[in-house]
Write a protein that binds this ligand. Structure first.
Ligand SMILES: [Mg+2]
Length: 432
């Protein structure tokens, strides 16, 4: 194949790549402005299923509350507008579709652009130094610390690296920061807040943090999505015939997720669940979690989620023997999943909606290209659904989350507002 082509030749080559394409806009500092990327033809069902690729935040778990809080906090720090009276905060309709499900860079870029008039140079400076100091002192993610060091040097505060107590005078370079520099600083502040909260959760302060941030000690900041426990156990063949007993659990979760009562032919659904249980008992599915979060975050989040999943097993209407088996399988998420792919496996500029994380997952699951039609992808966001198709998986199911309800989910073959319970109860996991 030729290495360099002109526009006309490029068009011919592009045409051979398929009928469906998507346009991916790059961050401001990347060449080119956008990319035109081929995506797999949409599939609405599968003859056979061998693997699942699933997003973490909003699909497997809910940590969006924490991310949203940290993003809002970033703007508050950079403007010193801490109360709702001074600044109302993120707007559900206008802002949420732009700050969920994409890469951190894009989320921060959007907010810095949208709320630029609120930012105050002195507060940007102070919050930058404070968050850098915290990250170097207490941060547990090596890559993050390296980025913070790079930024400190870039802005002329490299001395902080070797002297964490060092104080700096404000200087007026902060009056004329470029958008890229503001975003760089915003990212440091965002991560500092997010990791600070994650560390407290790790230290068992979950309910204290919920009380402080959301005035509700019982609010789970990290929690599995409805039906996830049942779905994972079923897919790994841990339920067998007893899958039929989980109809009530799924119907109850359907109601929580969709806000509606489930209606359907109960006895035929139970029969189908039992068949799925048997099918996966003899052929367990390979499962990958694919997240734009960095490894450090995914590790804390998934550890916490699986702790809750183990507790939830007791509420399932299955035999004691199966319960023990599932609890043991859920006791360690790294053993449970076939692979966990995080942003740390790629680079910030190649996260969703780019295909990379999903391509890595498919490779690690050892699914050959001609079997991509036996893979089902689950996502709750616009960029995630695009990433699945861009990785060559045609069956992408969107399970929108309250906070991604404003997203354009056109890339998905199915949009299930009833989440994973709907996928099982209504669609029989899209198996023909
Ligand atoms: Mg998500």
């Amino acid at each position: 194949m030729k290495k360099f082509v002109n526009k006309e030749e490029a068009l011919v080559l592009t045409e051979k790549l398929g009928n469906d394409f998507t346009i991916i806009k790059n961050p401001d500092y990347v060449f080119p402005e956008y990319e035109v990327v081929p995506i797999a033809e949409k599939l609405t069902n599968v003859k056979n299923v061998t693997a699942l690729v699933m997003d973490m935040d909003g699909t497997t778990t809910t940590t969006e509350e924490l991310c949203l809080h940290s993003l809002e906090y970033m703007i508050r720090r950079m403007s010193r507008l801490y109360s709702k009276e001074e600044w109302i905060g993120l707007d559900h309709e206008k802002d949420f579709p732009n700050v969920i499900g994409n890469s951190t860079t894009k989320h921060v870029e959007y907010l810095i652009t949208t709320y630029n008039n609120l930012l105050n140079p002195k507060d940007v400076f102070n919050s930058f130094i404070d968050s850098a100091r915290w990250t170097l002192k207490f941060g547990k993610d090596h890559k993050r610390s390296e980025e913070v060091k790079l930024n400190l040097k870039q802005f002329g505060f490299g001395e902080l690296i070797n002297n964490l107590e060092k104080e700096f005078e404000y200087n007026n370079q902060f009056e004329e920061l470029s958008k890229t520099d503001q975003v760089r600083i915003g990212i440091d502040i965002y991560y500092q807040r997010y990791h600070f909260i994650l560390q407290r959760i790790m230290n068992g302060e979950s309910s204290k943090v919920s009380e402080e941030l959301f005035n509700d000690p019982h609010k789970h900041l990290i929690h599995p999505m409805q039906g996830i426990g049942v779905f994972l156990a079923l897919s790994k063949g841990l339920l067998g015939d007893e899958a039929e007993n989980l109809f009530d659990n799924l119907a109850a979760d359907y109601k929580i997720k969709s806000g509606k009562e489930f209606h359907g032919n109960i006895s035929s659904i139970k029969t189908r669940l039992k068949e799925l249980g048997r099918r996966f008992e003899s052929n367990p599915l390979k499962i990958a979690v694919v997240t734009s979060s960095i490894y450090y975050e995914a590790d804390i989040v998934l550890s916490e989620v699986f702790k809750v999943l183990v507790e939830e097993v007791n509420q399932l209407s299955i035999s004691a023997e199966k319960k023990e088996k599932i609890k043991s399988a859920f006791s360690n998420y790294t053993d449970f999943y076939d692979t966990v792919v995080t942003a740390s496996d790629s680079s910030e500029i190649r996260l969703k909606p780019h295909r990379d994380l999903y391509s890595i997952a498919l490779h690690q699951l050892n699914v050959p290209k001609n079997k991509f039609n036996e893979v089902i992808g689950f996502e709750d966001s616009e960029s995630g659904t695009i990433a699945i198709r861009a990785a060559g998986v045609g069956l992408c199911c969107a399970v929108p989350f309250a906070q991604t309800s404003g997203h354009n989910l056109e890339a998905a073959s199915h949009i299930c507002n009833g989440g994973i319970p709907e996928v099982l109860l209504t669609h029989n996991l899209f198996i023909k």
